[in-house]
Design a protein around this ligand. Sequence first.
Ligand code: HEC
Ligand code: HEC
Ligand code: HEC
Ligand code: HEC
Ligand code: HEC
Length: 231
Amino acid sequence: MREPNETDNSHPPHRPLFGPAATTVFRVSLAGMALLAIGSAYASYEYYHSSYWHSLGLARGQPVLFSHRHHAQELGIDCRYCHASVQTAAFAGMPSTHTCMTCHSQIFTDTPMLKPVVDSARSGQPLRWTRVNSLPDHVYFDHGIHVAKGIGCTSCHGSVGKMALIAKGQPLTMRWCLDCHRDPAPHLRPEEEIFSLSWTPPSDQPRRGRELMAHYGIERSHLTNCSTCHR
Ligand code: HEC
Ligand code: HEC
Ligand code: HEC
Ligand code: HEC
Ligand code: HEC
C-alpha cells in the first residue's frame, strides 16, 4: 500500500506484472468469454430456429429470411415501396434486388443472412421468392379493384405485421371469396386505412359499412356471377 503523501513516482515499487489476484481475474474472464461465446451462439441458434421465423407452420422456405415484422411493422416501410403495382394492377408486384439494396448497400451488409441479396446484386440473377398465395389459372383476381374499393391488405393476408416469414393468412377458396362478395360491407375501410396493419372494424362498422358501400359505389349484383372470377 502506498502512503497518501507518497509523491515520488520515479522509483515505483517493484511488482510482478500479474499478481495472484490478476491471474484469478484473467482466468475468470477467460471462462466468462467462453461462456459468452457459447451463450450467444446458442441465442442466435434459438433466434433463427425459434417461433419468430416459424410462427406459422405454413411459412415457406425463402432464399432470404426476409421479415415483414421488421420491415413493414417496426421500420414502417409502406407496402407500395416493395409491392409497387398493388394499387393499379392485377399483380401486386415483387421487389427487385435493387429495391433491397437502396438500404442494404449501407446497412447490415455483412450479415450472412443478407449474402443471397448481395450475391444477387453482384451477379444480376434475381432472387426467386417462393409463392405463398396463389390461385389456380382458371380464376381471375385483381388487386387494384379491391384496394380501390376499400378492402385492406390484412383482410386477405392476415396479420402481416406479426409475420417473420409470410404465411397464407386466409384460405383463398371460392367459398371465402363469395362470402365477402355477397356482403362486403363489414370489411370496408376508409381510404387511409387500406395499408394499415392494425385496422379492426370499429363498433359502429354496420353503419360505416353502409356509408362506405355508397362512398365507393359498390354494386353487389354481379359480384357472385361465375363470369366475374372465371373469365
Ligand atoms: C422492403 C420490402 C417489402 C415491404 C415494405 C413489404 N413487403 Fe411484402 N414481400 C416482400 C418480399 C421480399 C416478399 C417475398 C418473401 C415472402 O413471401 O416473405 C414479400 C411477400 C409478400 C406477400 C406474399 C406473396 C406471395 O407469394 O403470396 C404478401 C401477402 C405481402 N408481401 C404483403 C405485404 C404487405 C401487406 C405489406 C405492407 C404492410 C408488405 N408486404 C410490405 C417485400 C416487402
Ligand atoms: C428502407 C430500408 C430497407 C429496405 C428497402 C430493406 N431493408 Fe432489410 N433491413 C433494414 C434495416 C434497418 C434492418 C435492421 C432491422 C433490425 O434489426 O431492426 C434490416 C434487416 C434485414 C435483414 C436481417 C434480418 C432482420 O430482419 O433483422 C434481412 C435478411 C433483410 N433486411 C433483407 C432485406 C431484403 C431481402 C430486402 C428487399 C426485399 C430489404 N431487406 C429491404 C432496412 C431495409
Ligand atoms: C381481396 C383479397 C386481397 C386483398 C385485399 C389483397 N390481396 Fe394480395 N393477394 C390476394 C390473392 C388471392 C393473391 C394470389 C393471387 C394469384 O394467385 O393470382 C394475392 C397475392 C399477393 C402477392 C403476391 C404477388 C401477386 O400479386 O400475386 C402480394 C405481394 C400481395 N398479394 C400483396 C398485397 C398487398 C400489399 C395488399 C394490400 C395493398 C394486398 N395484397 C391486398 C388477395 C388479396
Ligand atoms: C373482403 C372482401 C373481398 C374478398 C375476400 C374478395 N373480394 Fe373480390 N371484390 C370485393 C369488392 C368490394 C369488389 C369491388 C366491387 C365493385 O366493383 O364495386 C371486388 C371485386 C372483384 C373483382 C372485379 C369485379 C368486377 O367488377 O369486374 C374480381 C374479379 C374479384 N373481386 C375477384 C375475387 C376473388 C377471385 C376473390 C377470392 C380469391 C375475391 N375477389 C375476394 C371484395 C372482396
Ligand atoms: C368471387 C370469385 C368467384 C366466383 C364468383 C365464382 N368462383 Fe368458382 N372459384 C373461385 C376460386 C378462388 C376457385 C379456386 C379455389 C377453390 O377451388 O376453392 C374457384 C374454383 C371453381 C371450380 C373448380 C373447383 C375445383 O375443385 O377445382 C369450379 C368448377 C368453379 N369454381 C365453378 C364456379 C361456378 C359454376 C360459379 C358460379 C356459380 C363460380 N365458380 C363463381 C372463385 C369464384
